[in-house]
Design a protein around this ligand. Structure first.
Ligand SMILES: [Fe+2]
Length: 318
């Protein structure tokens, strides 16, 4: 059960939060009046997310969260703090005692959204840590549900990327990781609101930035779930371009790990060769032409040469 523990020494605040969650039967809320009480609860309950007050008598919020980190490293930690203490709270986040912070007095929707995102993050980490292929695949399908026009996209990208990785002579172990990484490459989209993801027109600067967070968000989670470097690289770098104009890091040419260069080609090929919300699929010759024009700026030239016969195979098999 999705469980959140709120720790605050003030009863009025605990009551207000309890009332706020009355109608949410998908979340179980636990409350503690001090850090010590919070730790006692954590010792016996399966807590997904902790929201802690910053200034409390006895154990302070930062000390509490760092203890939480020690006993339950996967539990997602959120700090609540008065605006005046913000700089200290940010310091705590930088020391990574907390994943996010919420300022007091809080806005109900903002607090709930932050907690919901933290719950999602926890669930995602648990799924990725299973080392179970079927769980990865199910997860990829869940991401596709958020963005229905991409149905089947992850699986096709995996097929193309695996074929390309084999053609490039990579080892079986790496090829398997590339399959998993391809399925999961957009898992960070779980952290992007649906309204932004499915927005039909041109995105505002701010929304575009949110969408462009998905490689970082996803790779953070994959790292925390202790997935292989190959999988993490695919999630983090699949939007890089060889000319350095990609995101999030602006890496150039060979600095982009080969697994990410492979998936970038497979990802774009499938995007062009299938229907999208705003247009029909391009025909095969047009896809090859567009990708040819993009090669210098976006793709690894040698990998593109290896990909050509694979793409033709896709066309011929309908
Ligand atoms: Fe992506």
């Amino acid at each position: 059960m999705r469980t959140v523990l709120f720790v605050d020494d003030e009863p009025s605040i605990r009551n207000a939060i309890e009332r706020m969650y009355l109608e949410r039967d998908d979340v179980r809320c636990l409350f503690a009046a001090s850090g010590q009480e919070g730790l006692d609860i954590l010792a016996k309950e399966d807590v997904w997310v902790v929201v802690s007050d910053y200034l409390m008598p006895g154990m302070r919020g930062i000390e509490f969260l760092s203890k939480v980190r020690g006993v339950r490293p996967d539990t997602v930690r959120i700090m609540m703090t008065a605006y005046a203490d913000l700089t200290i709270a940010i310091d705590a986040i930088n020391k990574s005692e907390a994943y996010r912070f919420v300022t007091k007095p809080w806005n109900n929707k903002e607090l709930m959204d932050t907690v919901d995102e933290a719950l999602m993050r926890y669930q995602l980490i648990q799924s990725l840590a299973t080392e179970d292929e079927t769980v990865y695949f199910t997860l990829a399908q869940t991401v596709e549900l958020k963005d229905p026009y991409t149905k089947g996209h992850c699986d096709r990208v995996a097929q193309y990327a695996v074929a390309l990785a084999k053609a490039a002579g990579l080892s079986d172990e790496i090829v398997t990781d590339i399959k998993h990484g391809s399925w999961l490459h957009d898992c960070g989209k779980i952290g992007v609101p649906e309204g932004v993801l499915n927005f039909p027109g041109r995105l505002s600067e701010e929304d575009l930035e949110t969408v462009q967070q998905h490689p970082r968000w996803g790779s953070d989670v994959a790292r925390q779930a202790r997935m292989s470097e190959t999988v993490i690289n695919i999630i983090l770098y699949h939007h890089e371009r060889v000319d350095g104009k990609g995101y999030p890091s602006g890496l150039v040419n060979g600095n982009i790990p080969i697994e990410a260069r492979i998936v970038a080609i497979a990802d774009v090929f499938d995007a062009l060769y299938s229907d999208r919300p705003y247009r029909k699929a391009y025909d095969f010759d047009r896809v090859i032409e567009i990708m040819g024009e993009m090669t210098e700026s976006h793709f690894d030239l040698q990998l593109m040469e290896l990909f050509r016969p694979i793409a033709e195979g896709v066309r011929d098999n309908g």
